[in-house]
Design a protein around this ligand. Structure first.
Ligand code: BTN
Length: 249
């Protein structure tokens, strides 16, 4: 089969958008931060086929094998209110992408894991590009599993899935990149609506959860996106980061 991801294919689908593509990259986020500090405009995009030292949430690594996934970083204008809206916009855009290509049962596990029937489809890592004490840009990193098989996923097979399985069709990665970037920008064009749209997609609310040492009912999120967990004693605990485990007694 013809390779579905290449500079030429991306260029044809992305028009004039500034683009850096490589078959192998350390981390698209690192490349995008460096490019943003070197003057790349908002809207510039970094894409890799294979990502060897990608970064995930909470200091984890995120390896992207060649030929099976999306690893991209979109440069956004600096936003004074931290990274919240880009993060939520990234999750919403991936959820819409999956739905647009036919997936059902798509939801978001707090804070930004897009899942289909409880299995993780992508990871999102926004990072800030600083220089001289100024925020120069926000880099929205997104990794989407397109066709990495369960066998190839090893330990993650229990908790992960991929776009082709949930959409029930062969997909073109260059097309997915172009669609995803357009969806992110579409969501970000109405910033006032993002928090409510994201909240409506959360599958975590109303469930018994554990995050770190906090156990209780996931009641709601606040205006900063923090998770509000009601403990058995009725106390409301605010959690800003961590992995949610569902259904703990
Ligand atoms: C997570 O841990 O869930 C977030 C993973 C984010 C991975 C993406 S892949 C593209 C971009 N470049 C990186 O180094 N990380 C992000």
């Amino acid at each position: 089969m013809m390779d579905d991801l290449s500079y030429e294919r991306l260029r044809a689908l992305l028009g004039q958008r500034p683009l850096r593509y490589a078959e192998q990259m350390s981390s698209t986020n690192d490349e995008a931060i460096a490019w943003a500090l070197d003057g790349a405009p908002a809207g510039a995009l970094v894409v890799a086929d294979e990502q060897v030292t990608g970064r995930g949430r909470l200091g984890r690594t995120w390896y992207t094998p060649p030929g099976v996934a999306l690893a991209l970083s979109l440069i956004l204008p600096p936003v004074p209110d931290r990274l919240l809206l880009p993060t939520l916009a990234g999750a919403l855009a991936v959820a819409r992408l999956a739905e647009a290509w036919g997936a059902q049962g798509v939801g978001i596990k707090w804070p930004n894991d897009v899942q289909v029937n409880g299995r993780k489809l992508c990871g999102i890592l926004p990072e800030a590009a600083w220089s001289g004490g100024h925020l120069r840009a926000v880099v929205l990193g997104m990794g989407v599993n397109v066709r990495l098989s369960l066998a190839e996923m090893g330990d993650l097979a229990q908790t992960a899935t991929n776009m082709e399985d949930v959409c029930g069709q062969r997909l073109d990665r260059a097309r997915l990149v172009a669609d995803l970037v357009a969806l992110v920008e579409d969501v970000l064009s109405q910033p006032g609506a993002i928090l409510a749209q994201w909240r409506a997609c959360l599958t975590t609310l109303g469930r018994q959860v554990r995050v770190g040492s906090v156990v209780g009912l996931a009641r709601d999120v606040d205006e900063d996106g923090a998770l509000l967990i009601e403990s058995s004693s009725g106390e409301l605990v605010r959690v800003v980061a961590g992995d949610v485990h569902i259904g703990v007694a």
